[in-house]
Design a protein around this ligand. Structure first.
Ligand SMILES: [Zn+2]
Length: 348
C-alpha cells in the first residue's frame, strides 16, 4: 500500500484565527528542543508577530517548526521524515496547501520538477494566523487560489468515468471538499482580494484562506489517488522546461493548466465560464499572460510533449491522451482567450 493511497484527513491539530500564533508557545510545552526551518523573509515576518520566540539548532531537535511558504514547509516536512520527529507548520504566505499535506513537491537544482514525496507523519499542529496572512504577498495568494481551484477540476476529471454512487465514501468526501473549494473561490475571491488590499480580515478572506490551506489538503487526503494532480499540474510540470516561466508561481501555471485540461476533456463551456473570473482576478489565460516568449508553436510542441508523457499526470484526466490532443487543446485555449478578449471590448 503506497502512502499516497492512505487516507490522511489533515493535521493532528489545526487552528485558524487572528492571533493564532499565540498558541505556539503553550503547544511547544510538550517538546524539549524545537528547531525552526524557515526562509529569511518568512522568519522576519514571524519574528515581527512573535518577537520573544527562541528555538535551538537542529541537532537533537524533537520537533521542527516550518515557517514560510511551500518551499520552507516542504523542507521542514522532508527533514522531519528523515529525523523521524514531529513537525509544526506556520504558513506565512498563501501559495499552496503545503501547511496541511503530508507530502512535498521536490525539484532538481535547475528548478525542473522531480517528484512528489509522501511522508509517514502529518503535521502535529498547523497554526494559521489571519493577522499575519492579511499582510502576506498578494501574488502568492493568487497562486494559492489558482492551485486550489484545480482541486475540483482535476479530481472531477479523474473520477468522472465512474458512477458517483459507486465511488468509495472517502473519495466522495474528497470530491465534496474539492467542490467546496471551487464554490468558495469562485464566490469569495474578489472580496478576499479586496480585504487584502484594505489590510482588514473579513469572513470572505478567512473562507478563501481556509479553502487554500486546509480544505484543499483534504481533497487528496481523503480521496487519495482519485484526488491527486491531473491535467492542470501536468501542464505546470511541462512548463518547467520553459525557462521564462520559472518566475511564474506554481498556482498561476496550474490555473492556466485547468483551462488546457478542460478543453482536452471536452469541457470548453466551463473555460468560457472561467475566463471572466480569470481576467477579473488576474489569472493567466494564454501564453501572453504567462509571459511565454518562446514562439507559440515551439512552446506548444514542448508543453504537449512533456505533458503527454507516460509518467505524467495528464493521462489521469484523459486516459491515453496524445501529444496531438494536448497541442490542440493549447491552441484552442489561445483562441478562446482571444475570442473572450475581443468580445469583452477594446482597450484592455
Ligand atoms: Zn499544485
Amino acid at each position: 500500500m503506497r502512502l499516497s493511497q492512505v487516507v490522511r484527513s489533515g493535521p493532528g491539530q489545526y487552528l485558524c484565527q487572528t492571533g493564532a500564533l499565540g498558541f505556539l508557545a503553550p503547544k511547544l510545552q510538550h517538546f524539549q528542543q524545537p528547531c525552526i526551518i524557515a526562509g529569511e523573509k518568512s522568519l522576519a515576518a514571524f519574528k515581527r508577530a512573535m518577537p520573544e520566540t527562541t528555538a535551538t539548532a537542529a541537532a537533537g531537535a524533537d520537533v521542527l517548526i516550518g515557517i514560510g511558504g511551500g518551499r520552507a514547509l516542504d523542507t521542514a516536512k522532508g527533514t522531519a521524515e528523515l529525523l523521524n520527529v514531529e513537525y509544526i507548520t506556520l504558513p506565512t504566505v498563501l501559495g499552496t496547501c503545503a501547511a496541511t499535506t503530508p507530502l512535498s513537491a521536490v525539484y532538481w537544482p535547475d528548478h525542473a520538477f522531480r517528484s512528489v514525496d509522501y511522508y509517514h507523519r502529518s503535521a502535529y499542529l498547523t497554526l494559521v494566523d489571519l493577522a499575519l496572512l492579511i499582510t502576506s504577498p498578494r501574488d502568492y495568494f493568487l497562486g494559492g487560489i489558482g492551485d486550489t481551484l484545480a482541486k475540483w477540476y482535476e479530481a472531477e476529471a479523474i473520477t468522472r468515468h465512474q458512477p458517483a454512487e459507486t465511488l468509495p465514501v472517502m473519495v466522495r468526501m474528497g470530491l465534496a471538499a474539492a467542490r467546496e473549494c471551487r464554490d468558495v473561490l469562485l464566490r469569495d475571491t474578489p472580496a478576499a482580494l479586496d480585504s487584502m488590499t484594505a489590510g482588514e480580515v473579513s469572513p470572505a478572506f478567512q473562507r478563501v484562506v481556509e479553502a487554500i490551506l486546509a480544505v484543499a489538503g483534504m481533497v487528496g487526503g481523503c480521496a487519495g489517488e482519485s484526488g491527486r494532480m491531473a491535467g492542470a499540474h501536468a501542464i505546470h510540470n511541462a512548463m518547467s522546461h520553459l525557462p521564462e516561466t520559472h518566475s511564474v508561481l506554481h498556482g498561476m501555471k496550474v490555473a492556466y493548466g485547468i483551462l488546457v485540461q478542460l478543453v482536452a476533456t471536452g469541457d470548453e463551456q466551463e473555460v468560457v465560464r472561467l475566463l471572466p473570473f480569470y481576467r477579473h482576478n488576474g489569472f493567466p489565460y494564454n501564453f501572453a499572460t504567462l509571459g511565454i516568449t518562446t514562439p507559440a508553436e515551439e512552446a506548444i510542441g514542448l508543453l504537449a510533449h512533456y505533458a503527454a508523457r507516460e509518467q505524467e499526470t495528464f493521462r489521469l484526466a484523459l486516459p491515453g491522451v496524445t501529444e496531438e490532443q494536448i497541442a490542440a487543446a493549447l491552441r484552442r485555449v489561445e483562441q478562446l482567450a482571444c475570442d473572450a478578449y475581443s468580445l469583452s471590448g477594446a482597450g484592455r
